[in-house]
Design a protein around this ligand. Structure first.
Ligand code: AGP
Length: 607
C-alpha cells in the first residue's frame, strides 16, 4: 500500500506534489518518486528512503512542470529500492499505483512475449507496459486506460501521464482509495484528501470501476461501461494544525496528549442527562438495535483489540453474545451467520483492505445490518456501512495507534449502551455510565500526569530484548495493545498473556532479564491476578505493575505505579494510557524512528 498523487495546474506542481507525499507518508515511506511532464520529455526521479530525500533531490534539480504524478511506497512486491520505486515508465507513459495486481505474473509473461522488458520486481510495472501496449492501438491515454484495467485483477488506484498529453492526467480506481481534488485553475488526484488539505476543500470520491481524466480546467469521471458519470462533490475542511506536530517531538506524543479532547469529541452530543441518546449511529439505528441477538466484530491490529474489550462490555451491559475475528481470517473460515447478528467493523482509517473485504463479504451474508466505528468520515468503510459512528479523534499520523484506540473504546461503549437501551436492559448501569463517560476526559488527563513516574522505569526496559505483558479479563486485550505498541515502535519483542495462562508455558521465560508489565485494577479478578504475579516473583522476575490505590502485592524487584481512581467498566481506557507512554518513552530512549517505524505503514490498504 502506498500513497499516490497527481496534479494538473497553471502553476509549477513539483513542490505541491512533494508536500502531498509528505502528508501521505503514513501510507508507506520506504521509497518515493515523481514524474513531471516537460516540454518534450517526462522528468522521472526516484529515491530510496523517505519523502524528504526526494525533496532534497528536487530542491537541487528544480524541475519545472504543470502536470505530474508522485508516489510514496510501502513495498509489497520487490524490496524497497530505487528501481522498484514508482513512477514506472514504459516508453512515453509514466504511472503510479497503489494496490496489488493479483494476476501480474500472467500479464508479465504475456508482455515479455510481446517484447517488453521489465526493470523492476514490482507488480505495478505491468500497468505501465499494458498502457503503452494499448496506446499503440488506441492512440489516447484515456482509451488505453479503459482497455488496460479490463485486464487487471486486484486492487488499484492508478494515475498516469503521457508525453503527448501535456495537460491531462488519467486516473482509475478499483478497491483502493482515490479521489479528485477540485481547485481553482487546477485539479488534483490523491489517495487521501489529507494530501490536498492545503490546496482545496472540495473532493470527488471515485468508486470502484471509475476512470477519470483531469486537466487544470476540468475533470470528467467515466463509469465501468465507459459512460460519463457525475459524482458528488464533498466539502471537507481539514484543520492544518491537525497535521503538524506543534510543540511535540513526535506525532505519537501529540496524539497521546490529545486523548482527553479526542474522547470528549467522541462522546460529544451523544449523551442525554441519564441515558445515551437515540439514533446516534444514524437514522433508524435504534430500531435496528432492538432486533439484535448477536454481534460479530471484525478488525485488525489495534482496532481488533478494541473489539476484544468491546466484547466484555456487550456481554455485560447489553447481555448479548459477541464474536471477535481478525479481519484477515474471518472470511476464509466460512462463518456461520446466526439470525439477528449485527456485523461491526472497527477501523481508524476505514481503508484497511482486510476489514473492507470482510465488510463486503458480510454484505453478501444474512447479517441483520452492518455498522462501522471509524475515524475517517470519507473512508470507504464509513461510506459502505449501513450505520456509522465517527470517533472524531482528528487525523492520527503516528503509525502507532493511540487516540484512535481510546476513542474507538469510547465509541464501543456508546454502542453497548445504545443496544442495551433498545433492548431495554441495564438501565441503572447506563445512568451511571453516562456520568462516568462525561468524567472520562478528566481522568485521562490525570493519568497523563504519570509520565514522570513511568520515565523512572524506562531505562530498565529499554535495554532488554523481550518483555511480558500480563492482564486478566478485559485487561488482557489492553496488555495485548500495550505489547503491540512496545514492539512496533521500540522493536523489543513483547508478548501478552492472560495472567492465568502463565503457568501453562510462558513462566519458563521468567528470569531477571525479562521485564514483566502487569495491569492490576481493582475488580473481581484482582486476587487471582495477584496470585499469578506472585508466581513471577517466586521465579526472580521483575514486575512493573500499574494498579489501584490499595496495592495487593509487595514488589521487591520492579515498581508499582498507582493509577487514578476510575470507573470499573471504563478502566480499560484509562489503563491503556500508561502503556502508550511507556512504549513511547522506551522507543525515544532507543532512538527509533517511532512515528514511522521500520517495515510498517499507517494504513494497510493491501491484503
Ligand atoms: C497499531 O498501532 C497499528 N497502527 C495497526 O495495528 C492498526 O491498528 C491496524 O493496521 C488497523 O488499522 P485501521 O484501524 O486503520 O483499520
Amino acid at each position: 500500500m502506498c500513497g499516490i498523487i497527481g496534479a494538473a495546474s497553471s502553476r509549477n506542481v513539483g513542490k505541491l506534489l512533494v508536500q502531498g507525499l509528505h502528508k501521505m507518508e503514513y501510507r508507506g515511506y520506504d521509497s518515493a518518486g515523481i514524474a513531471l511532464h516537460q516540454k518534450d520529455n517526462i522528468f522521472n526521479l526516484r529515491t530510496l528512503g523517505k519523502v524528504s530525500l526526494l525533496e532534497d533531490e528536487m530542491i537541487e534539480q528544480r524541475p519545472k512542470s504543470k502536470l505530474g504524478i508522485a508516489h510514496t511506497r510501502w513495498a509489497t512486491h520487490g524490496k524497497p529500492s530505487k528501481k522498484n520505486a514508482h513512477p514506472h515508465a514504459s516508453g512515453e507513459v509514466n504511472i503510479v499505483h497503489n494496490g496489488i495486481i493479483e494476476n501480474y505474473l500472467e500479464l508479465k509473461e504475456k508482455l515479455i512475449q510481446a517484447g517488453y522488458t521489465f526493470e523492476s520486481e514490482t507488480d505495478s510495472e505491468v500497468i505501465a507496459h499494458l498502457l503503452h501496449q494499448h496506446l499503440q492501438s488506441k492512440g489516447d491515454l484515456l482509451a488505453a486506460m479503459h482497455e488496460a484495467i479490463k485486464e487487471l485483477d486486484g486492487a488499484f488506484a492508478i494515475a498516469a501521464i503521457h508525453i503527448k498529453d501535456k495537460n491531462r492526467l488519467v486516473v482509475a480506481r478499483n478497491k483502493s482509495p482515490l479521489l479528485i481534488g477540485v481547485g481553482l485553475e487546477e485539479n488534483f488526484a490523491a489517495s487521501d484528501p489529507l494530501a490536498l488539505s492545503q490546496l482545496t476543500n472540495e473532493f470527488v470520491f471515485l468508486e470502484d470501476g471509475d476512470i477519470a481524466e483531469i486537466t487544470k480546467e476540468s475533470y470528467q469521471v467515466f463509469d465501468r461501461k465507459n459512460s460519463p458519470i457525475s459524482r458528488e462533490v464533498t466539502e471537507i475542511d481539514i484543520a492544518v494544525n491537525a497535521v503538524t506536530k506543534g510543540e511535540y517531538s513526535h506525532f505519537m506524543e501529540k496524539e497521546i496528549y490529545e486523548q482527553p479532547n479526542a474522547v470528549a469529541n467522541t462522546i460529544d452530543g451523544k449523551l442525554g442527562d441519564n441515558d445515551v441518546l437515540d439514533n446516534i449511529f444514524g437514522l433508524g439505528s435504534s430500531e435496528v438495535f432492538s432486533k439484535i441477538k448477536r454481534i460479530q466484530f471484525v478488525a485488525c491490529g489495534t482496532s481488533l483489540h478494541a473489539g476484544k474489550v468491546g466484547r466484555f462490555w456487550f456481554e455485560q451491559i447489553a447481555q448479548i453474545p459477541c464474536y471477535v475475528d481478525f479481519a484477515s481470517e474471518y472470511r476464509y473460515r466460512d462463518p456461520l451467520v446466526e439470525e439477528g447478528t449485527l456485523f461491526v467493523t472497527i477501523s481508524q482509517s476505514g481503508e484497511t483492505a482486510d476489514t473492507l473485504a470482510a465488510l463486503r463479504y458480510a454484505q453478501e451474508k444474512d447479517y441483520l445490518s452492518t455498522l462501522s466505528i471509524c475515524n475517517v468520515p470519507t473512508s470507504s468503510l464509513a461510506r459502505e456501512s449501513e450505520h456509522v459512528l465517527f470517533t472524531n479523534a482528528g487525523p492520527e499520523i503516528g503509525v502507532a495507534s493511540t487516540k484512535a484506540f481510546t476513542t474507538q473504546l469510547a465509541g464501543l461503549m456508546l454502542l453497548a449502551m445504545s443496544i442495551a437501551k433498545s433492548l431495554n436492559k441495564d438501565q441503572q448501569n447506563r445512568k451511571k455510565l453516562v456520568h462516568e463517560l462525561r468524567n472520562l476526559p478528566k481522568v485521562i488527563e490525570e493519568t497523563l500526569k504519570l509520565s514522570n513516574e513511568i520515565m523512572n522505569i524506562v531505562p530498565n526496559i529499554a535495554d532488554k530484548h523481550n518483555a511480558l505483558f500480563l492482564g486478566r479479563g478485559m485487561f488482557f486485550p489492553i496488555v495485548q495493545e500495550g505489547a503491540l505498541k512496545l514492539k512496533e515502535i521500540s522493536y523489543i519483542h513483547a508478548e501478552a498473556y492472560p495472567a492465568g495462562e502463565l503457568k501453562h508455558g510462558p513462566l519458563a521465560l521468567v528470569d531477571d532479564q525479562i521485564p514483566v508489565v502487569a495491569l492490576s485494577p481493582e475488580n473481581t479478578l484482582t486476587e487471582k491476578l495477584v496470585s499469578n504475579l506472585e508466581e513471577v516473583k517466586a521465579r526472580g522476575g521483575t514486575l512493573y505493575v500499574f494498579g489501584g490505590e490499595n496495592a495487593k502485592i509487595k514488589i521487591e524487584r520492579g515498581e508499582y505505579i498507582q493509577m487514578p481512581e476510575c470507573s470499573e467498566l471504563l478502566a480499560p481506557i484509562i489503563y491503556t494510557i500508561p502503556l502508550q507512554i511507556l512504549a513511547y518513552q522506551v522507543a525515544c530512549q532507543r532512538g527509533t524512528d517511532l512515528d514511522q517505524p521500520r517495515n510498517l505503514a499507517k494504513s494497510v490498504t493491501v491484503e
